[in-house]
Design a protein around this ligand. Structure first.
Ligand SMILES: [Fe+2]
Length: 389
């Protein structure tokens, strides 16, 4: 019997056809866009994001020059916030009003401009005083919900080939995504500001309830942030520590006046009541979106390094580093501040006390850095205490 050839055999054994160059170019573009999209969501600083957008646009469009311009609501002008291949002088002095220059026109008309040869294009020839650094270019608007927030420009392809309609579409995709990311960050900043205002209000409410400790939270927040910075914690952690420190005692709002405002030392029962404040505070913030990231610091700022603290009796590294930092700064400010029921300690006495409690109440690493930082601060403000060095 004659063997018939399986219809699938040819498919299986055939070599995968060589990818044509346009297809491989497209794959490269998609891969590039994907990689950059992932990066876009991981950068922390605005400038990093702007640089990344320009890098993405120039890489994907294969151009020597690219720039991102954003509209400044205060000056009412477009300003270059990131660029590649442009002289610094040009970046520094370029401010365009809507309608001025190519980017200004793109901004005003909300439409992309595509030009193959600026010298022969009647739209730009000797019509503007703006000096063009390119022969061919594409400039597309950054649009968010129909509003233009900036312009993305790329100029001079490395291959010296003209831009294509596909190229314009790809740049439009990049610009749309860039606009969305920039806008999301602006919105996030607005929300962050609103919630920081709320944190500050909560701290103020607490201060007003306990006039004897007025400003304590603010001072602890400042010192804790400076100390965390010295200890090499990343920027986002510094902000978290600062904000959490501002409301570390927020649970005291739930403590009765008879205990909280008692002008004398507390008895054992009253001490137990006030020791509830980390739990009350952490339960309160845990219920609020945006605030629940502060729980570890609020809940554990009275834990001791040796496990003898409250409320959980955590020890060593079980206590979050932010809480270990706030614990030292909290104790320092409480010791050097006036209290109705005890004398104020001098900075020297307070430093001695913190040093004495290193390894028991406080993390020795935190204490070591705190002593270095505070001794130099104290020496600057109180030269008579030079002997502390
Ligand atoms: Fe506290």
């Amino acid at each position: 019997m004659k063997k018939t050839k399986s219809p699938h055999r040819d498919v299986i054994h055939d070599r995968i056809p060589a990818t044509d160059s346009r297809f491989s170019e497209l794959i490269k573009v998609i891969e590039g866009l994907h990689d950059y999209n992932v990066l876009t969501y991981t950068v922390n600083r605005d400038q990093e994001l702007y640089d990344l957008i320009v890098k993405k646009a120039t890489d994907v469009m294969n151009t020597h020059i690219g720039s991102l311009m954003l509209f400044d609501d205060k000056t009412m002008k477009l300003k270059i916030v990131a660029a590649r291949g442009l002289p610094k002088k040009v970046i520094d002095i370029t401010y365009l009003k809507p309608g001025e220059g190519i980017a200004g026109k793109v901004f005003q008309n909300r439409k992309a401009i595509f030009c193959e040869d600026i010298e022969s294009d009647d739209r730009f020839k000797r019509k503007s005083r703006v000096k063009y650094y390119s022969k061919s270019f594409v400039a597309v608007p950054l649009k968010v919900k129909g509003r233009v927030v900036g312009v993305l420009n790329v100029n001079n392809r490395k291959s010296h080939e003209p831009f294509t309609a596909e190229g314009m579409k790809i740049l439009t995709l990049i610009a749309d995504e860039a606009a969305m990311t920039i806008e999301n960050r602006r919105l996030l900043r607005r929300i962050e500001k609103a919630y920081m205002d709320t944190v500050a209000t909560l701290a103020k409410v607490l201060d007003e309830r306990m006039p004897s400790t007025m400003g304590h939270s603010l001072r602890v927040a400042d010192i804790a942030c400076a100390l965390a910075k010295r200890m090499g914690l990343p920027e986002d952690r510094l902000q978290l520590i600062k904000r959490a420190a501002l409301i570390h005692d927020i649970g005291k709002i739930g403590i009765p006046d008879s205990v909280l405002l008692k002008p004398r030392a507390l008895n054992a029962v009253e001490r137990k009541i006030i020791q509830n404040h980390p739990r009350i505070g952490s339960e309160f913030v845990d219920k609020v979106e945006f605030f629940n990231i502060f729980v570890p610091i609020i809940a554990f700022h009275h834990e001791w390094f040796n496990g003898a603290g409250y409320p959980m009796g955590l020890k060593g590294a079980q206590i979050p580093i932010g809480a270990r930092i706030v614990a030292v700064c909290d104790a320092w400010d409480a010791m050097i501040s006036k209290r109705a029921y005890r004398d104020t300690l001098t900075p020297h006495e307070a430093l001695e006390e913190i040093s004495r409690c290193s390894g028991t109440q406080f993390d020795p690493e935190v204490v070591k850095e705190f002593l270095k930082m505070t001794r130099s601060r104290v020496r600057k403000t109180q030269p008579s205490l030079r002997r502390l060095a």
